[in-house]
Design a protein around this ligand. Structure first.
Ligand code: C2E
Ligand code: CA
Ligand code: CA
Length: 763
C-alpha cells in the first residue's frame, strides 16, 4: 500500500514537473507564477513522503514541518498566481513584502520544531502487523499554522469564486474546475490531518491542482468559445461563407449566405448552385480559385464572386470545402455603367464617336458585305436651339436618335458624334433613300409641335474595300453632306472624289477670309438699276474677291462656302459699310437720291443682330436709311417667318427699304407675299430663261408684276439681257431693270464715270 501510494505520488509529481518544465518556454508572468507554485508543491510532496517513510524520527519530524511550511508557501505562491490568473486582487510591493516576511517567520517557527518539538512529533504504530508512522500535533503552534493555512486557503477560494462569478460563461470554465480541485484538496488535507491518516491523500490534490492549472494555462483552448467566435466572425463577415464536408453535404452557411439566396430554406438547398465545386470536384480545385456566378433575385441579376478554400486538418488531410461568396453586383454595375458612359452619348444613348469608330473598324474587318457610312445633321440646328431653347433642341436630337436606333437594321451602328452630327454605318443592301425618309418620319412630327420645319441632310459614302480608317470614311460622308448644306431641296448627297477637291478649296477660301477683309481684297462692284425711261437711279452692290494670287474670284464660288461656314456675316457687314461709305460720298457730292442695294445672306440673321448692325452703319455714316436698300432672299423667311416678318417691319419703320431678292428662283410662295410687306419685289429672270414655254413664263411674269403693283410694291427685274425683255417688261409695268443688257457689275470708279456724269443712258 505504502509502495503503490508512494509510486503514484512520484509518478504524478514527475508528470507535473515535466509539464512545468515545458511551461518554462512560455515566458509570461502567469506561467512563471504557476511554475513557482508547482515547485512548492513538489517540495511539499517530497517532504511529506520522506516524513512518512524515513526511519530517523528527527528527520521525519523535520520533513513534516518542511511539508507544513511548504504548504504555506504553496498557498502564498498560489495567491500570487491568482493575482495574475484572475485579475481579482492587486497587491503592492509593500503588502507582498509583509506577507513574505510574515510567512518566512512562520516557516522558521515551524522548522524550529526539530529543536523545540512545539508543533509536531511522530509516533510509530503497528496495527495488524503493519507498522506505520503518524504525526501528533502540539497545541497551540500547530493550530496557529493550521489557521494561517486555512486563512490562505479561504482567501484563494474566495478569489477563485469571485473570478468565476464575475466572468462570462465562456471563461468560467477556467475557474470552476480549479475551485472544485482546490476545495477537494483542502478537505482532503483537513480530513487526513484530523484523522491522523497514515497516508496524506491531499498530496494528490496538490499535484493534480498543479497539473490542472498548468494544462489550463498552457494547453486548454476553449472549443465552445472558438466555435462561437468563429460563427460570430463569419456571420459578421462581408462575404457569404459556406462549408461542405467531403461528401458534399452542406454543413454551414452564415447569415449573409441566407440573404444572398433568400429562396433557400435549408442547408441542403445550397448544394444545387455549388454542385460542380463540392464533393470530389473540390479535389481538382486549388485554394483561392475564383468563380463568377449569376443569381437572379426578384428578376434582378446579382453577380457573385466565389472563392474556394480547401479545409485540411493538421496532417493536411482534406476534410471539407469552404466558399467565400462576395456580392459584386454593385461593382459589376458600376463597371458596366462606366463602360456604357465611356462608349455612349449621354443625351441620346447612341454610341459616341470613339466607340463608333472602333465598332465600324471591327465590323468592316469581320464582315465583307458592301457597306456605307451616312453622315447626318439637322439643318440650322443652332437656330432651333436659339429659338426654342436647349430642351427642345435636345428633344429633337433624342427623337432622331431613337429613330436611328430602332429603325434601319439590326446590323447598323449609329452614333452621335457631337451636337447635331450623327453617323450611321450600315450594309449597302439595307440602304435606300425612301427607307431612310421613312425611318426619320417621326422626327418631322415634332415640326407641328414647334411650328418649325426641320430639315435633315445626309451625306452618303460608299465604303471601299481598301478603306481602313473610319474617321476618313466619316469625313468623306461629311464632305458630301456639307455640299448640300444650304440646299433645302436636297436631302441626300453622295460622295465623289471631286467633292474632296472642292471641299479643300472651300476650306482654303474660308481660311483666308479675315486676312482678305483686312487687306481690302474684297471689292464692291456696282450694277446699275435703270428705269424704263433709261434713268440710273441706284445700283446693287456685288462683291468681287481680288485675290492676290488667284486673281478675281466670283461670288458664285465663295459666297455659298462662306454661308455654309457661317463667315458670310463678316463679309456682308464689310460690304454694307463700303456701300454706306459710297452713299455718304454721293450725298456729300449733292447726289442725294442714289441708293445702293446690299445683299443680306439668310445666315446673317443667325450670326448677328442685322437690325442693330445696319442701324449702326447708317448712323455712323449719317446717311438716310432709304438710300441703303436691303435685299433679302425668300429663304431667309423659311424658318421662323414670324420673327423675320417683325424684323422687316422694324427695319421699315426705321426707314429702310426692304427688297425680296430672287423672287421666283427658289420655291416662291405667293402665300408669303400676303404677310411680307416688302417695298420691292426683285424678279429673277433665271427661271424664265430655263423654260421652253416662253409665252407661259412671260404670262406669269406679267401676272406677278400686276400682283406686286396691287400690293403696292415696286418691281425690279434682274437678269434682263435683251431689248425684247425690256420692252415686254416695260409693257407689263416693271419699274426698274437690272441686267447685262444695261451693264454688268462694274468697279465703283468706272460706275461713277459712266453714270454720275451721264445720268441718262440710251437704249
Ligand atoms: P444676286 O444677288 O442675285 O445678284 C445678281 C447676280 O446676277 C450677280 O452675279 C450679277 O452679276 C448677275 N447678273 C446681273 N445681270 C445679269 C444678266 O443679265 N444675266 C446674267 N446671267 N446674270 C446677271 P454675281 O455678282 O456673280 O453674284 C452672284 C450672287 O452672289 C448674287 O446674286 C448674290 O446672291 C451673291 N452676292 C454677291 N455679292 C454679295 C454680297 O456682298 N453679299 C452677299 N450675301 N451675297 C452676295
Ligand atoms: Ca441680290
Ligand atoms: Ca438676285
Amino acid at each position: 500500500m505504502h509502495i503503490s501510494y508512494t509510486l503514484a505520488v512520484i509518478i504524478t509529481v514527475i508528470a507535473m514537473m515535466c509539464m512545468a518544465q515545458k511551461a518554462k518556454k512560455n515566458k509570461n508572468e502567469t506561467t512563471r507564477a504557476l511554475i513557482r507554485v508547482t515547485h512548492c508543491v513538489t517540495l511539499t510532496v517530497i517532504a511529506s513522503l520522506v516524513a512518512m517513510i524515513f526511519p530517523n524520527e528527527k528527520v521525519a519530524n523535520f520533513m513534516q514541518t518542511l511539508h507544513y511550511a511548504s504548504i504555506e508557501w504553496v498557498l502564498i505562491f498560489f495567491l500570487a498566481f491568482l493575482e495574475k490568473y484572475t485579475d481579482v486582487v492587486k497587491t503592492t510591493v509593500k503588502s507582498r513584502m509583509i506577507v513574505f516576511v510574515g510567512s518566512g517567520i512562520l516557516s522558521m517557527s515551524l522548522l524550529l520544531n526539530s529543536i523545540f518539538g512545539h508543533v509536531v512529533y511522530c509516533v510509530n504504530e503497528t496495527t495488524r502487523g503493519v507498522s506505520f508512522r503518524i504525526f501528533k500535533h502540539v497545541a497551540p503552534w500547530y493550530y496557529i499554522h493550521m489557521v494561517f493555512s486555512l486563512f490562505l486557503c479561504l482567501l484563494c477560494l474566495l478569489i477563485l469564486i469571485h473570478a468565476a462569478v464575475n466572468s462570462i460563461a465562456f471563461y468560467r470554465v477556467k475557474y470552476v474546475p480549479a475551485i472544485w480541485a482546490f476545495s477537494f484538496t483542502i478537505i482532503l488535507e483537513l480530513v487526513c490531518d484530523i484523522r491522523h491518516a497514515r497516508m496524506n491523500y491531499a498530496l494528490f490534490g496538490y499535484i493534480w491542482m498543479g497539473i490542472f492549472l498548468l494544462y489550463f494555462t498552457l494547453y486548454h483552448t476553449n472549443k465552445g468559445l472558438i466555435s462561437q467566435t468563429l460563427s460570430f466572425v463569419t456571420s459578421k463577415a462581408y462575404s457569404g461563407v459556406l462549408c461542405f464536408d467531403i461528401e458534399g453535404k452542406c454543413i454551414y452557411a452564415n447569415d449573409i449566405m441566407w440573404k444572398m439566396y433568400p429562396e433557400f430554406t435549408k442547408l441542403e438547398d445550397f448544394k444545387e448552385p455549388f454542385k460542380d465545386y463540392i464533393g470530389e470536384y473540390s479535389l481538382s480545385y486549388s485554394n483561392g480559385r475564383v468563380w463568377y456566378h449569376e443569381h437572379i433575385i426578384n428578376n434582378e441579376i446579382r453577380h457573385y464572386e466565389i472563392t474556394f478554400a480547401k479545409i485540411n486538418d493538421e496532417r493536411e488531410d482534406w476534410i471539407g470545402s469552404c466558399f467565400y461568396i462576395y456580392d459584386r453586383t454593385q461593382s459589376v454595375d458600376e463597371l458596366e455603367s462606366a463602360n456604357y458612359q465611356a462608349t455612349h452619348d449621354g443625351l441620346t444613348g447612341l454610341y459616341n464617336a470613339d466607340a463608333f469608330y472602333q465598332l465600324v473598324s471591327e465590323k468592316k474587318a469581320e464582315d465583307k458585305k458592301p457597306s456605307l457610312l451616312l453622315a447626318a445633321d439637322i439643318k440650322d440646328f443652332k437656330l432651333i436651339n436659339d429659338l426654342y431653347g436647349f430642351s427642345k433642341g435636345n428633344a429633337i436630337l433624342c427623337k432622331l436618335a431613337k429613330c436611328l436606333k430602332e429603325g434601319i437594321t439590326d446590323e447598323c451602328i449609329a452614333c452621335r458624334l457631337n451636337s447635331d452630327r450623327f453617323a450611321i454605318y450600315l450594309p449597302k443592301e439595307d440602304f435606300s433613300e425612301d427607307k431612310i425618309r421613312d425611318y426619320i418620319k417621326p422626327v418631322y412630327s415634332l415640326v407641328d409641335e414647334f411650328n418649325y420645319k426641320i430639315n435633315l441632310h445626309f451625306g452618303v459614302y460608299f465604303v471601299r474595300p481598301e478603306d481602313d480608317d473610319p474617321t476618313v470614311m466619316y469625313d468623306r460622308a461629311r464632305v458630301a453632306l456639307s455640299l448640300i448644306k444650304n440646299d433645302y431641296t436636297k436631302m441626300f448627297s453622295y460622295y465623289d472624289d471631286n467633292m474632296m477637291q472642292k471641299k479643300l478649296r472651300e476650306k482654303e477660301l474660308v481660311g483666308e477670309i479675315d486676312k482678305a477683309i483686312e487687306e481690302g481684297q474684297f471689292k464692291m462692284f456696282l450694277q446699275p438699276q435703270i428705269t424704263p425711261e433709261g434713268k440710273m437711279i441706284g445700283a446693287e452692290a456685288l462683291v468681287r474677291w481680288m485675290h492676290p494670287i488667284q486673281g478675281m474670284i466670283s461670288p458664285g464660288e465663295f459666297i455659298p462656302t462662306f454661308e455654309k461656314s457661317g463667315f458670310i456675316h463678316k463679309l456682308d457687314k464689310y460690304m454694307w459699310e463700303l456701300a454706306a461709305k459710297q452713299i455718304k460720298k454721293w450725298q456729300d457730292m449733292g447726289l442725294k437720291d442714289y441708293y445702293i442695294s446690299v445683299n443680306i445672306s439668310p445666315t446673317d440673321f443667325y450670326y448677328m443682330d442685322v437690325y442693330q448692325t445696319v442701324v449702326d452703319i447708317v448712323e455712323k455714316y449719317a446717311i438716310p436709311p432709304v438710300n441703303l436698300k436691303l435685299e433679302i432672299t425668300e429663304s431667309a423667311f423659311m424658318n421662323d417667318p414670324e420673327n423675320q416678318l417683325s424684323l422687316i417691319a422694324k427695319l421699315q419703320n426705321y426707314g429702310f427699304q426692304v427688297e425680296i431678292d430672287d423672287f421666283g428662283s427658289g420655291y416662291s410662295s405667293l402665300n408669303m407675299l400676303k404677310d411680307l410687306k416688302a417695298d420691292v419685289l426683285k424678279i429673277d429672270m433665271g427661271f424664265l430663261r430655263k423654260s421652253s414655254e416662253n409665252d407661259r413664263a412671260m404670262m406669269i411674269v406679267d401676272a406677278v408684276i400686276k400682283m406686286a403693283q396691287n400690293l403696292k410694291m415696286l418691281v425690279v427685274t434682274e437678269g434682263v439681257e435683251t431689248i425684247e425683255q425690256v420692252e415686254f417688261l416695260t409693257k407689263a409695268g416693271c419699274d426698274i431693270f437690272q441686267g447685262y443688257y444695261f451693264d454688268r457689275p462694274i468697279p465703283v470708279d468706272e460706275f461713277e464715270t459712266k453714270y454720275l456724269e451721264h445720268r441718262f443712258i440710251k437704249y
